[in-house]
Design a protein around this ligand. Sequence first.
Ligand SMILES: [Zn+2]
Length: 80
Amino acid sequence: MVIMNHQMRAETDPTGATDSVVSWHIVRDANLTALCGKELVDGAPVQDATRWTLDPDRNCHTCGALFLRETPYLPDEHTG
Ligand SMILES: [Zn+2]
């Protein structure tokens, strides 16, 4: 079974400042194109996809929906 590796990659301010995160998108592996089709810049902040739920206000809603569809639920998450 192939496990898809997802990462969160930031959409940054048009000025290009990499510390100005406008919103977070999801990319597969090291891709620069988000699941929603947004092109993201190399050098933008990335973080592990497990942090997706930590700051939901800034998440891309389209990426969130697609991410959930691509990510199989782990057996652990089904208990209870
Ligand atoms: Zn997105």
